[in-house]
Every structure is written in C-alpha cells, then in structure tokens.
Unconditional design. Structure first.
Lengths: 192, 192, 192, 192
DNA sequence: CATGAATGAGAGTTCATTCAT
DNA sequence: GATGAATGAACTCTCATTCAT
C-alpha cells in the first residue's frame, strides 16, 4: 500500500474517533509511524487530507452501490438502493459521517470531484424513483418528493445511529429496529 | 440581558458556525467584548457552557412542543407533534444541531437534566403513537417501529437541511420540498 | 477572633500544605469564606501575608521557648532549649518551615520585626551555651562553634523530618529515631 | 553542548533562584533563547525536567562521593564521607537543594532511578558507620542512631548555609565556622 | 465592612506548519 | 523520500489585583 493511502486510512480512523478538530497531523503521523513533516510531502495541509478523505468516501460509497445498477426491475432496484445506502452508512460510519454530516470547511478543487460523484449518485437514485413512477408503481407522480422523502428516512436512520442518538433503545436492539424500520418504509412506499 | 445569557448566545452562535472544537473561550469572549477570564466567572469551563446550551436547547424544544399535549385526537396530536418537531429544527437549527447532531464531549451532571427532558419528550412521542395504535389507526401494531420510522424521517429531513446537504435543490425550493415531504409521510402513515 | 488572624491561620495551613506558590489569594478567601477582595482590606498583597505569617511564626516559637528562660542550671537550660526547639519544629512544621527553610522573597518592614525576634532567640541560645562554657561544662571554650554545631544538628533533624527526607526509615520509627538522636547529641556534648 | 543539557542547566539555575513553582517553561525557554514549544521536544513536561535534574543531582553527588569508597580505614572513610558530603552541598547548592530540601512534586519513574541512587548512597554511609561500630570505634553500638545523628548535623550545616539562615554571622566567617563545626562533630563522634 | 465584576498577565501545553539536511 | 529541529500562534485556565458600589 502506498503512502497516500496509508495516511488517509489513519486519518479516517482518527477523524471518526475524535472528530476533525480532535485530530492533529502529529496524531496521524504517529499512527503510521512517520514524522509529521512527512505528511506534508503527500498532502499540502490538513484540509487537503480532509478533502481527499471525502473523495475517497464518495468513491467507496459509489462502489458499494454499484451492483444496484444491474437490477432490472425499478422497484427492486429502488429497494436494493435503499438497503445498500443504509448498509454503507452502518459499515462505514466514518465515511458516511464525512459525506452527509460533517460540516465542510469551505470548498476546494479536490472537493469538486467529490461533489460530482455525489450528484451522480443522487441522480441515479432519482432516476430509479422516476422509473418506478413511469411504471405506475406509485399512485403519486411527484418523483422529487418521493425520492427526497425516502432519502430523509434513510439518512435519519443512519445518522441517528452513528451520532449516537439511540441511547434510549438498548444497544443490542438497535440494529434490529433499523432493519424493521427499513421494511416498514418499503411497505409504506408501496401504497404511496 | 445578563451575562450568562449573553455568553450562551455568543457561544451558541459560534458553536453552530464552527462546531464545538472550533470555538475557543477566547472567541466567545471576543464576541461579547469581554476578557477570556470573565467567562470563567460565569461558567466553570468550556464544557459547562456546552451543557448549559444543550439544556437550554432541550428546554426551548420542550416549550415548542408543549401545545401539542392539549390535542385530544391521537392522530391529530401525532401530526402536530411531527410538524412542530420539524418546525423547531428549522427555526432553531443551532439548538437542533446541539441536541441531535453534535458529537457530545462526555456526559456531566448538568447534562442529566437535559437527558431527562429528552427522554420525556421521546416518551410523549411514543405514547402518542401508542394511542394511535390503540385506536386501531394503523394496521400495524408495532408501536416502537412506527415511532422510530417517523422519527427517522423527521430527523433526516431536518438534519439534511441544517447540515446543508440539499445543495442539489435550488435554495428557494427547499422549504417547499420539506413541507411536501412531511405531507407525504403523513399520507404514507395513514396506510401503515 | 478577628479577621487578620483568621486570614493568617488559613494562609498558614495552605502554605504548609502546598507551598507558598501553590497558594492563591482565592484559596485563602475560600478557606475563610470571604471574597478575595476582602483579603486586600487587611493585607496589601500576598507577600505581606507571607511576612505577617513569618512574624507570627517567630512569636509562636518565642512563646514555645519562653519557659526555658526560667531554668537556672545552664546545662539543664541548654538541654531544654534544644528539646523545645525540636519540639516546636515537630509540632508546627509549617511555622518552622517558614522560619528556617522557605526561601524568603525579599525583605520588608514587617520582616524586620521578625528578624529581631530571631536574633533575640539566637542570642539567648548562644548566651546559654556561653554560660555552660563559663561554668567549665565543656573542655572546649569555643562558644560560637559549640552553639552552631548544636544548632546544625537540631535544624538538620527537624528539616529532614518536615521536608520528608526520612523515607528510608519506616514511618513509625522516625520519631523514636529523632528522640534517640537528641539523646545522643546531648551525650556527645557532654564530652565536648 | 546539546539541547537537553542546555535546558537542564538553565532550569537548574532558575529553580535554585526562584523555586520550582517560580519557574515557568517560558522562563527556561527565554534563558536559552528558544521558543517555549521547543522545550517540549526534549522534555515531556515541566515535572520531567525537574526529575531529570534531580537525577543529575544524584549522579553528581555520587561522583563527588565516589573516591571515598577507596579508603580502607572505616573511620577515615567516615570522616571523608562527611567532608565530601558537605563539600558537595557547598559547591553545588542548587543540586543539594533539589535533593534534600525542595518539596518534590509527586514521584515518577525517572525519579525512581534517582531514589535508587539516594538509597545506595545512604546505605554506603550506614555501612561505613557499621564498620566503625564493628571495629569498636565507638562505645555506642547503635549504628542507626549514630549514622542519623551525623547526617542531621551535616544536613543542618549545609541547609542553613544554602537557605541563608546564617545572616547573624558575618559573611566572611561563615565558611570557617562550618569547617570548625565539622571538626568539632568529628571530635564529638570520637567519644560516642 | 465587604463584595461582584472585571481584567491583564501569564501559566502549561499542543498545533499546523516550515525548512535545512 | 524522510526527518529533526524549530516556532508562532493558539489553546484552556488561574492568578493577583483593582475598583465602583
């Protein structure tokens, strides 16, 4: 594995654990057992690491959702998209956090690439909903609102989870609850 | 306005703008045009300010939701609860952020009061859902999952909004979209 | 008890526990349950408290040694002086510390009073030794050296004790050791 | 001279002048004309400097006393030990202060090394006294008390000196007095 | 007589960053 | 390609002290 990757991995791990501000270049350097100065050979500054990470997060997410594209039935595709979107958030809370929760510290060039990925993913999602609409799957034809509503649910679910706002539910029940909620929203969508 | 309030206001504003770690006591002091040392006359340390703020947020939220309790019909009550929950988030993004998004820096005693408020509010919400279930309003009787699902949607909606993840929608359309989504989820709930 | 006394008592206790620099006016104020500003009504500043304390220490020491003056036999007087000198150090480690160990932060007027007391005490001690010499109690007639040597022993004994340099001796044996050492030096003096 | 040494030297000088609490990292930095942050490249924190210093002091003391070990006659060895102990204190008042007077700010690992040195030195001293006892040099056979008594005298002598409690003796006479006192205690020991 | 309110100065410490090697 | 050495700026927090009330 080459350097940039190693730095990103360490940074990611630390960012997630202690938040952006809680991580220092020194910490990252220590984690990969190099000197702080070395980091600067690969990244201009701290925020560049941040953006690189955000980009990587977007890439991982894309890869995670890639298989969905092959599903023919729009409805099946939509369901699988949702399932995998949530799954991505649960498996990579740090990446999800970076993409959808963390307050971004001003844009950058790197970031634009990331933005493109995000837009692409979102478009794909909306198109899938549109396909369902076209197939008269729902009574409603308001594609935009349908897509947005589903997204709200999925994002709410993941972000309550990873920002630890489910403490009123016993630890071991949380995941099951999330799963049941996903099934429920699917059912609810069916009579949209 | 007295000091503690002034500090809290400044802190709230800054926390919201730059996150907990991004704000220094110095920043707060500057904002209210006092010396840093003065802050310590009113709050023991930084985290105490944070907890005071969180508590205030919880109190404002409670007040915002208070009128809901008077509504007799469980279903109407549930809808109004949702509407007002979202409304609170939109009107006080900084407070909402503090309560449901910000990563908390370890608990404290002060915080327990806050936690109680949160639990109370959540219980009220779940009880309302339960009342709907008891009134055979839904086909489903899984109160817990219903409540959680609705919460996910509302939280997702608010948090995508205040953490600025709706950039793909033109600024002026966002609020309308949120409103439409709320109506849609209500409809969806009707055929649960 | 009046204020100045109360301040001094609190200060003394704290100085001893945490050292001069470890004590703040605030600490003292808290200890006597007054506001810091109040302290300044009674003492100009921190160092003045320090000097007042030193003076008090000297007074307590004088009182502790007072009974000695009444002893007729020079030799008995000398022994009792030593015994009481050490006893004072053991009973009031904080005061002894202040008088004989603490590095004094520049002189002051107050301090001169203290100095006078110290000189008086020392003179009395030397005179007692002189009386022993005059009574041909020792073979040696070098009063100054005899006095100084005895003082060295007593001071060494007390200061090793109160600055905790006797850790190689088990706690419970220390006092006994000190006592035996005093007896030994008395014996040694007899064949001076 | 390398950095760590330079820091230690400056720190030693300042500690001696103003006490542990009176010295700030900033002070030390200024003294060696570096930035405060630089200090932290060489020592983890303030107390580590302190302990390093204490260790160095113990090492210098050991070296100072080393030649004593070669003396065969126990009595000669004992006398020379005393002479050199006092000599060490006079020549390195700051080091002596650190070892035997300064109030220590809690132990540490570094410190344990220092403690070992101290114990070794003390043991050697006691063994020497024991050797004298074994050789029936004294009438008394209470090794422990003898050793302790001699130590008290030496420590008292040095510490009155370096903590400036000999102001009643004219400056130029002080050293001579100390010397005479040492001779006297030796004589006194002879008839123990 | 006592204090609440305020602060400048300074404490220890960590950080992102640079640069000569 | 990597780093040791260095630092200015910032951090949280405490202190002695003042002054209007």
């Amino acid at each position: 594995m080459e350097m940039r990757k190693r730095i990103l991995d360490a940074a990611l791990h630390l960012f997630r654990e202690r938040g952006y501000d809680g991580v220092s270049i020194r910490n990252i350097a220590e984690a990969i057992e190099y000197s702080p100065a070395t980091i600067y050979l690969y990244y201009k500054d701290k925020s560049e690491i941040f953006f690189a990470l955000q980009f990587e997060a977007a890439a991982v997410k894309r890869d995670h959702l890639l298989p969905v594209a092959g599903i023919e039935s729009p409805w099946e595709r939509l369901i699988e998209f949702g399932r995998r979107y949530i799954d991505f958030g649960m498996k990579h809370p740090d990446l999800y956090d970076l993409l959808f929760i963390t307050r971004t510290p001003m844009e950058s060039i790197e970031n634009q690439e990331c933005w493109k990925l995000g837009v692409a993913s979102h478009s794909f999602f909306v198109e899938t909903v549109q396909a369902c609409v076209d197939a008269r799957f729902f009574k409603s034809t308001d594609t935009e609102t349908i897509a947005y509503t589903l997204w709200c649910h999925a994002h709410g679910l993941v972000s309550l989870f990873i920002r630890e706002r489910m403490r009123m539910y016993p630890e071991e029940k949380r995941e099951a609850l999330a799963k049941k909620s996903f099934e429920m929203i699917v059912k609810m969508a069916e009579c949209l």
